[in-house]
Design a protein around this ligand. Structure first.
Ligand SMILES: *Cc1c(COP(=O)(O)O)cnc(C)c1O
Length: 508
């Protein structure tokens, strides 16, 4: 009687499939443009093709891979597609994919130094490289998180637990009548993850006070100062400011230096959310936009946004690692180690939410070495150039309007034909709002039609209430011809839609 094999896939099969998958991925990346960028599936389309019953018997990898191609792939929106211009792009580069491959192969959990010394030490080395590349002082120490949302959550947790005299980490906020309301300040344009952190950390979303922005969507420092004063008078306890360097809608940069001065004056923790735009600090010509961030207590930059590292990989840099650890380091007996007790190493589980940690530093180590600072800077520069090119097309076309400045690689714009611009100028409020309503609907239809064609993918936002299209460049495979083709497609479709929609519309 032969004994039943209860181990892993045999090494030959693994080797064969490993080679096949690498071949498949190389072919996929080379021919990614043959796929529609935005997945055409309708809701439930993938699920309907999956067996609702859990697999009982073993299956061959052949069968599983065949379903990957026929069921999963059609349900993919291709972030790797060079005409993915939606949101803020995030591309995995080939060296990054190889890094992920090694990470999966090793499958270490870097929770403690001893559970994978290289995972901890490489992380410290790589984040110090990143710090240097971004031009930040040596006082900043870095730790990787999965996402910027979690990095900001951790930073705000450190700020909250550091509020003198409250011991929030130990005693909590609930059921303590003498605890003042803790207040956090961030701009109206800040990312939703800051509200979420407010909810999770027991501050309450209403205590995440949104500060007004100026005409260019940057936090108004005078309004920040007034809000803090007002809250202090009302007996509340300001504790943290979250400034944004590269907002999600328009990529505007808050006046960091002025905000740092206000934060310092009131003794508030300053966290800078630079998830996307932080990468641009690699460029000497863009550094000035970040002036003042070196005074922050913590900064988040996502290598998975604009540093060609596959998702997920988010860098939290802080001058106050001890505060982060005070908030997040909880040590049960079973995780005690000699080297940890002697404080001769960092156990990185003490600086984040999760205990278990992937070896993310490995892919970042590979990506930074493979391209070098120079290679990364050149690519980011090129993306900025391509976005400027697109913006100049918008500016030169009387039927389009640019909706915000373009400090980096994202352009906010909308269709607004010349004759309507003319009408808007002289319009009474009621007519103006009818025209604006028409333009909102028009741009929404235009976006839907563009995305349905499969050749490109854009997303939208609202600026001052107006429906706005966003064109974001950041994909390592995007070239000038993709940008030109996209602009051509946008103009052509806008003209077609304009003809259709105005038929029978007496107003216009
Ligand atoms: C993308 C982005 C985030 C969220 O990043 P995740 O890593 O997906 O959590 C937060 N803030 C800003 C400014 C962003 O651009």
């Amino acid at each position: 009687m032969t004994e039943r094999w209860l181990g892993d896939m045999d090494p030959q099969t693994f080797r064969r499939w490993g080679h096949r998958l690498v071949d498949w991925m190389a072919g996929y990346l080379a021919a990614v443009e043959k796929y529609p960028v935005l997945s055409p599936v309708t809701p439930g389309g993938v699920r309907r093709q999956c067996d609702p019953a859990a697999p009982e018997r073993p299956e061959d990898f052949d069968a599983i891979f065949a379903d990957f191609e026929s069921v999963v792939l059609p349900g993919i929106t291709h972030w790797n597609h060079p005409s993915f211009f939606a949101y803020l792009p995030s591309t995995g580069s080939a060296p990054g994919i190889l890094g992920e491959f090694l990470i999966a192969g090793l499958n270490v959990n870097g929770m403690l130094w001893r559970t994978a010394p290289a995972a901890t030490e490489l992380e410290e080395v790589v984040l110090d490289w990143l710090r240097q590349m971004l031009g930040l002082p040596e006082a900043f120490w870095g730790v990787l998180q999965d996402t910027a949302s979690v990095a900001s959550l951790c930073a705000i947790a450190a700020a909250r637990d550091g509020v003198a005299g409250l011991q929030v980490g130990e005693s909590g906020l609930a059921g303590r009548p003498l605890i003042p309301r803790l207040r956090l300040y961030t701009s109206q344009e800040a990312h939703s993850s800051i509200d979420k952190a407010g909810r999770i950390l027991g501050l309450g979303q209403s205590n995440v006070r949104r500060i007004a922005t100026d005409a260019d969507y940057r936090m108004d420092p005078a309004a920040l100062e007034r809000a803090i004063q007002e809250d202090l008078r009302a007996g509340m306890r300001p504790f943290c400011v979250v400034a944004t360097a590269g907002t999600t809608s328009t990529t505007s940069v808050d006046p960091l230096d002025e905000i740092a001065t206000i934060s310092a004056r009131h003794g508030l923790w300053l966290h800078v959310d630079a998830a996307y735009a932080g990468a641009a600090a690699l460029l000497p010509e863009k550094r000035h936009l970040f002036g003042g961030w070196e005074r922050a207590d913590s900064i988040v930059v996502n290598p998975h946004k604009w540093l060609f590292t596959p998702i997920d990989c988010s860098a939290l840099l802080t001058r106050r690692p001890e505060a982060l650890r005070a908030a997040l380091g909880v040590l049960p007996e079973y995780l005690r180690t000699e080297e940890g007790d002697r404080a001769s190493v960092h156990n990185l589980m003490d600086y984040g939410v999760a205990l278990g940690r992937r070896f993310r530093a490995l892919k970042l180590w590979i990506v930074l070495r493979y391209f070098g600072r120079e290679g990364i800077a050149e690519r980011i520069q090129e993306h900025i150039r391509l976005a400027q090119l697109f913006a100049s097309g918008v500016d030169a076309d009387p039927d389009f309007e640019r909706m915000a400045p373009v400090p980096f690689s994202t352009v906010c714009f909308r269709y607004r034909p010349g004759d309507m611009a003319e009408r808007l100028r002289g319009a009474k409020p009621e007519e103006a709002s009818r025209i604006e309503g028409f333009l909102d609907d028009f741009n929404e239809s235009l976006l839907n039609r563009l995305n349905a064609c499969g050749k490109l993918f854009l997303s939208h936002t609202r600026l001052n209430g107006r429906y706005t299209l966003r064109f974001a460049v950041g994909n390592i495979r995007t070239t000038e011809s993709h940008v030109r083709a996209a602009w051509h497609e946008i103009r052509t479709m806008a003209a077609e839609l304009d003809e259709e929609l105005r038929v029978g519309d007496l107003m216009f």
